[in-house]
Design a protein around this ligand. Sequence first.
Ligand SMILES: O=C(O)CCC(=O)C(=O)O
Ligand SMILES: [Fe+2]
Length: 340
Amino acid sequence: MDPRLEIPTPAPGFLLANERTESSFEQIPVIDLNDAASRDPATRRALADQIRDACVNVGFFYVKNHPVPEDAIAGAINAAGEFFALPTPAKLALDIHKSTSFKGYTALLGENTDPEGRGDLHEGFDIGWEQPAAGPMSGANVWPPDAALPGFRARVLAYYHAAVELGQSLFPLFALALDLPETFFDDKTTTPAAIMRLLHYPPQQPAVDDDGRVIGIGAHTDYECFTILWQDAAGGLQVQNADGKWIDAVPIPGTFVINLGDQFARWTNDVFKSTVHRVTNRSGRERYSMPLFFGTDYDVPLEPLPSCVSPDRPARYEVVMAGEYVKRRLEETYAHSQAD
Ligand SMILES: O=C(O)CCC(=O)C(=O)O
Ligand SMILES: [Fe+2]
């Protein structure tokens, strides 16, 4: 038996609000999801303990032995390659600025994730639910005509649904990691936010970057609860530790990178870390990635959990609705190109 299980559980509130953290991490942990579906509560608890360590110390972890089929990943990533190879006017026909809910195409330098930067050297294509729930982020997906890109929509959606399922299976583990009932997020994720991006980073030329203000994606934190990121083998993702040092999140075949976003930082009053990261593609080849940003329903207030607040750790954030919060952050990101 795991000796930790013999230790009485501390009163809620004690452990989380007083959590000691080691945020000058040098490595990003790899967590095996094999035990996620175990019927044995102690096995799931042990897995949740690993997740908790990663969430309070790093804000990033890899998952291996996840349930997303490799052919679904390959289908979507091949579709992304075909989409980004379309002529620019065909891509601009789906310009994200025409959408009221941030769906569609973002051109190179069309986004500026770090306000200090001059624009991000990536292009992207954003989708959400095909039938979105009403609310501040509702709005239809836009797709290239099937004749231009046969099967694009089907391949992208097949991956999207598999990745969403993985995201839904992680919420109970995050709840356990927070000493909450596994069902805690169930009524807050009935129509969960799930925005997915296909991203293409051209190889970066030193001349473009000589003032250091144009990079693949500028230093930023994500907006939702957590992100499920698939990255190809090119590399270039870096994560900042508490000492300001950039740690490489090297591609590991067969894994996803999971990173926490600002909604979880708000829920947990910063007990869970929403860690700054960036991408610079110096591999000399094209880089493709697919983040899926997973949040609660948009009509859920982002209130700090009682166990994460104490007299020594008062609430750090005003309470906002999840949907309003995400919309505001996206508007700030795209204001850069809207003004051009
Ligand atoms: O492309 C990547 O590896 C990371 C992308 C990212 O951080 C984002 O889209 O928020
Ligand atoms: Fe990100």
